[in-house]
Design a protein around this ligand. Structure first.
Ligand code: GTP
Ligand code: MG
Length: 313
């Protein structure tokens, strides 16, 4: 069964448990690949956002809901901050700006294992300009041999802006993430939780399914292709035996890209489909019969109607 309308869910007024005193929205903002989606998945405890080592994995705003006795934090995962070219990228950056303009607190997530570049300065400027209270989280500490780097980075950011807190974390191992959560919970306003205690995300099952397939494509295709790939679920049909018949379409922009996705004799696509289907079945708790079509659609990244259909708003 699909989840109900996210907006309606947001408006749901559950009686807050007495201890759930604080709540609010927290945007995770940072450069592509900083680990924003990894962090949200870790905190939520389920995979609700696609993760890959390719930049621009996240294309839309994704809510991740964390409920603790002290309150509820609604995390807003955002696309990585980058220079937009196509309409797709303009929409992605608009999602970042919208998040910055509407949340209670911003977490600026920085990959501490790479050196500071223009993109980091631009991201910092966006956070500053938002005027929102912000907290700095230095990620990927598991990769750092020299912890002196953390001190130097903290110093750099402290001189640039007055953050609420400076917290080293590893979104991969979870180190420091409870400290981050506590720091946020202490600062959010006293308010009833906007979501029910067991809600984890606003993403529909249909979107999560499409993202599981796209994640496999991002992981298994080489560097350039992920930017031109999109996935949509075109059929979602209940079977009498309790299983699901699903049909997904993979969009690419050129015939040559279609050939790469398929691989020789369709073998590459078969491998990616098998991996995605296993994850879909684990998530949905039922058997999935998956059909996949690869469609060449030049310029889909600039096609407003297509972007609407893909839910990239
Ligand atoms: N070693 C290490 N790797 C991490 C950590 N956090 C994330 N990664 C890796 O960094 C890569 C990017 O992670 P994502 O979570 O997709 O990054 P993102 O910021 O959401 O990226 P975009 O959606 O493209 O903006 C993946 O390969 C992750 O496994 C961490 O704490 N330590
Ligand atoms: Mg992401």
């Amino acid at each position: 069964m699909e989840r109900s309308d996210p907006i309606a869910e947001q408006a749901r007024t559950e009686t807050p448990s007495e201890s759930a005193a604080r709540s609010g929205f927290v945007a995770i903002v940072g450069r592509p690949n900083a680990g924003k989606s990894t962090l949200i998945n870790y905190l939520v405890g389920e995979k609700i956002a696609a993760v890959s080592d390719k930049p621009q994995t996240t294309r839309t705003r994704i809510l991740g809901i964390v409920t603790r006795p002290e309150g509820q934090v609604v995390f807003v995962d955002t696309p990585g901050v980058h220079k937009p070219g196509y309409r797709l990228n303009k929409r992605m950056m608009q999602a970042v700006l919208d998040a910055l303009a509407t949340v209670d607190i911003v977490v600026l997530l920085r990959d501490a294992s790479v050196s500071t570049g223009n993109g980091d300065r631009f991201t910092l400027d966006l956070v500053r300009q938002s005027g929102r209270p912000a907290l700095l989280a230095l990620n990927k500490t598991d990769r750092l041999r020299d912890k002196g780097k953390l001190l130097a980075l903290t110093d750099f950011y402290r001189h640039e802006h007055e953050f609420l807190d400076y917290i080293p974390i590893s979104a991969l191992t979870g180190e420091g993430t409870e400290t981050l959560l506590d720091s946020l919970l202490r600062r959010l306003p006293i308010a009833p939780p906007p979501f029910a205690e067991d809600d984890l995300t606003d993403q529909t099952e249909r979107t999560l399914v499409a993202e599981l397939l796209r994640e496999q494509l991002l992981r298994q295709l080489s560097a350039e292709l992920p930017f031109v790939v999109a996935v949509a679920v075109e059929k979602w049909e209940e079977r009498e035996d309790g299983g699901l018949n699903l049909a997904c379409v993979i969009l690419v922009e050129r015939q040559s890209q279609r050939a790469i996705v398929l691989g020789r004799g369709g073998l590459r696509l078969r491998d990616m489909a098998t991996a995605a289907r296993a994850e879909m079945e684990a998530m949905l708790g039922r058997k999935v019969f998956l059909e996949i079509f690869v469609k060449v659609e030049p310029r889909w990244r600039n096609d407003e109607r297509r972007l609407d259909e893909l839910g990239i708003s």
